[in-house]
Design a protein around this ligand. Sequence first.
Ligand SMILES: NC(=O)c1ccc[n+]([C@@H]2O[C@H](COP(=O)([O-])OP(=O)(O)OC[C@H]3O[C@@H](n4cnc5c(N)ncnc54)[C@H](O)[C@@H]3O)[C@@H](O)[C@H]2O)c1
Length: 256
Amino acid sequence: MDRLKNKVAIVTGAGAGMGRETSILFAKEGCAVAVFEVNEQNGMQTVNDIIANGGVAKFWKVDVSNEENVRQAVDEVAATFGKIDILINNAGITGVDKKTHELTVAEWDQVFNVDVKGVFYCTKYVVPYMLKNQKGSIVNLSSIYGTLGAHELTPYHAAKGAVFAMTRQDAISYAKNNIRVNSIHPGTIMTPLVKELGSRMEGGLPAYEKLMSEKHPIGHAGEPIDVAYGCLYLASDEAKFVTGAQLYIDGGYSAM
Ligand SMILES: NC(=O)c1ccc[n+]([C@@H]2O[C@H](COP(=O)([O-])OP(=O)(O)OC[C@H]3O[C@@H](n4cnc5c(N)ncnc54)[C@H](O)[C@@H]3O)[C@@H](O)[C@H]2O)c1
């Protein structure tokens, strides 16, 4: 119940999928949650559900690819809650499914603006508050696709690879300041993002789910709560000696 007692977390993309599940779990563990979400209705839903269960949460309409949006919201979170202990860089999009020679610059930039610049902006504006306290935990949502290739989603692979590299670099930059930075690499997790992706495949979502289940040695896709528990561990003081690590939550996918 108290694994994050008296802490303050920002969770980006907290209106759906893993961000939503992580926010709800964090609130149950005693954390005040700043919900950063571009979709106002979904963000407010997460906040209302947390408050209805006795937790503390507040909504900020933030597009993580907009620097000014991020800067302003981060300052407001610190003013509202007095500090920032945890940043979960979760907001992400998959973008188009094309090979490199077929991609337009705009399609490439669309993914990098959210998945890479979004992590950069949030980290850039949160770190000064963590430096003030000489303590913090940042968790970046990369992917199995950030370290492994596959037959799909080229710009997404590149973007998640950048997030993987940014994690290790920031882990070293801020280790002496007791700001830990780790990445999580989920396999297929059945969230709205994946359901939308699957529905674009020939045979629709059932065909996608079957294909992905076969690729995970455990025999099925994961659930958002599987990733939320990983975020909880890395965000908590239980992980005080863990920085620059990659946590695969993938049913054995990356072990093959
Ligand atoms: N689901 C998977 O199988 C899977 C696997 C590996 C990695 N990931 C990564 O995990 C993270 C969460 O994935 P998910 O499946 O829960 O996604 P999702 O699409 O279900 O939820 C993502 C949320 O982020 C929000 N969002 C999108 N762009 C935003 C922006 N510019 N600013 C603020 N919010 C924005 C969306 O509105 C949505 O509420 C992503 O970074 C994703 O790339 C997902």
